[in-house]
Design a protein around this ligand. Structure first.
Ligand code: NOJ
Ligand code: CA
Length: 529
């Protein structure tokens, strides 16, 4: 694997830091906890970790409301511990990416404290301010992603400020050259420290329409999230001018060796729009999350359609990303598979064998499911202010390391910041010693990918297969075949050997002319040359 392109062929792993491992018994996961579990990550075989926000923050949105961009939140550790984590992870072949939040800051950030102090403040222009309409109402019709108007009135200056998320998360003004310069410095600050790259929060949203035009109503083509808000964000987000910013960032990131990796949270409905974030000449983001795939139904045809279209519209230099769980949308074993183990195995096999970079979410490797969080225990502000169903806590609960009372996440007498799921039925320790477990399947797929060039970088081509199934070829020698139906199925296949099957008892089986798959079974096969 080339060092400069490690992120294309490797596997990335998202850690929600507060929930991974608590090293000091305060019930909150921390950087030291990650250091203590590098063995697991190395054993699993991941090449990089993306840490959910680590910077100081009042935590109204658990770190997505940053109050200082060049430091570490004291609940999680300090800069020295982060430096150690970067160095120790690196010595095990693992690189560390941070979450960067450039769209907005916390309202406690000194920039905003200054900006809101008066119309003449030095940093007034760092945020988006506008006069009320003649009747005193907000400047336009934009709605916040978290519900309600995206504008908050500031009585002292008689103007509104824009917040696309919580009121306490004012949007930065990316038309300001000072804001651009500041963030370019922030990128260098972390890249100089050995950070391998960034996941860029709301990457499609930074620039707003310069004249603040109203947004039109949502259409059926929009993603579910947009339809929920009833408004198509073509002016409050998704401005074409955002691409200039990423061209500048890419030049900065590419000056490092290996280049800093820029990964966009590009929540756009169309795959052609998504492709655009890679740049017209491979000069913007390195990787972009594919939300049409994440939001697709868990159905062979639906997933194949997104993958085929992605393959068709991406320019040859653009490298896809495959992910199915995250801290906003919850865990795929629940969302996609309704807790069905066979579905979880099927999905893991898909993520790890398509052409592109898989991003696993902590706990995916053991098939962790969403954990119900009782009304009084909701910690996500969105859940508290909107409705507990809207809350994102169920997908953010502590990692289940073992079957002890604190699940190996924290001490047995400690109350964790979010409730722990059923660690007795799913945990790392037990699955590690069970050769047939989800964890060992995940690890073996990662290892197979590492040693098989076709799986790392071979072309993707769909193969004809019966309804309810999906089969594809990687490069010349690998075939992946999956049955996502309740029926037994067979498909014609050249002579091949099953390298890994979701039902591990079939590993090593020889296939001659026809592959039979039970309901919900899948297999990676090596064609006999
Ligand atoms: C996307 C993040 O993933 C989410 O957790 C956050 O609430 C919003 N952006 C706002 O930063
Ligand atoms: Ca802690």
């Amino acid at each position: 694997m080339s060092d400069r392109t490690w992120w294309r062929e490797g596997v990335l792993y998202q850690i929600y830091v507060r929930s991974f491992a608590d090293s000091n018994g305060d019930g909150i996961g921390d950087l030291r906890g990650i250091l203590d579990h590098l063995d697991h990550l190395e054993w699993l075989g991941v090449d990089g970790i993306w840490l959910s926000p680590t910077m100081p923050s009042p935590n109204l949105d658990w770190g997505y409301d940053v109050s200082e961009y060049r430091d570490v939140h004291p609940d999680l550790g300090d800069l020295a511990t982060l430096d150690r984590l970067v160095a120790e992870a690196r010595s095990r072949g693992i690189r560390v990416l941070l979450d960067l939040v450039p769209n907005h800051t916390s309202d406690q950030h000194p920039w905003f404290v200054d900006a809101r102090s008066s119309k003449e403040a030095v940093r007034r222009d760092w945020y988006v301010w506008a006069d009320p309409r003649p009747d005193g109402s907000p400047p336009n019709n934009w709605v916040s992603v978290f519900g309600g108007p995206a504008w908050e009135f500031e009585p002292s200056s008689g103007q509104y400020f824009l917040h696309n998320f919580l009121t306490e998360q004012p949007d930065l003004n990316w038309w300001s050259e000072d804001v651009r310069g500041e963030f370019e410095d922030i990128l260098r600050f972390w890249l100089d420290r050995g950070i391998a790259g960034f996941r860029i929060d709301v990457a499609h949203g930074l620039v707003k329409d310069r004249t603040l035009r109203d947004d039109p109503p949502a259409t059926d083509d929009d993603l579910a999230d947009v339809r929920r808000l009833g408004q198509r964000p073509v002016h409050k987000m998704n401005r074409p001018e955002v691409h200039e910013i990423y061209q500048r960032w890419r030049a900065i990131a590419d000056a490092y060796d290996p280049p800093g990796v820029l990964v966009g949270e590009t929540c756009v409905p169309g795959l052609d729009q998504l492709a655009r974030f890679y740049g017209t000449s491979d000069d913007e983001l390195h990787l972009c999350f594919n939300f049409p795939f994440i939001f697709a139904d868990f159905d062979a045809e639906a997933l194949r359609k997104v993958v085929e279209e992605t393959e068709a519209v991406f320019p040859s230099s653009a490298w896809p990303v495959w992910t199915a769980s995250n801290h906003d949308l919850g865990r795929f074993p629940t969302r996609w598979c309704g807790g069905r183990e066979a579905g979880t195995r099927w999905a893991l096999m898909t993520l790890l064998t398509l052409r592109g970079t898989p991003f696993l979410y902590y706990g995916d490797e053991i098939g962790m499911t969403n954990v119900p969080v009782a009304e009084g225990e909701v910690r996500d502000t969105v859940g508290v202010r909107l409705s507990s169903e809207a809350g994102r806590d169920p997908g953010r609960t502590p990692m289940q390391w073992n079957a002890d009372r604190g699940a190996g996440f924290t001490g047995s007498e400690v109350r964790p910041w979010l409730p722990i799921g059923d660690a007795g039925s799913r945990n790392v320790a037990e699955q590690r010693s069970d050769r047939g477990s989800t964890l060992n399947l995940c690890r073996d797929l990662i290892a197979l990918r590492r040693r098989t060039p076709e799986l790392r970088s071979g072309t993707y081509r769909s193969l004809p297969s019966p309804p309810g199934t999906w089969a594809w070829r990687r490069g010349a020698g690998i075939v992946v075949a999956l049955n996502l139906s309740d029926e037994d199925t067979t498909m014609p296949l050249e002579p091949a050997t099953i390298l890994i099957a979701t039902d591990r008892r079939r590993d090593g089986e020889q296939v001659r002319g026809e592959l039979a798959l039970d309901p919900w079974q899948g297999a990676v096969l090596g064609l006999s040359s």
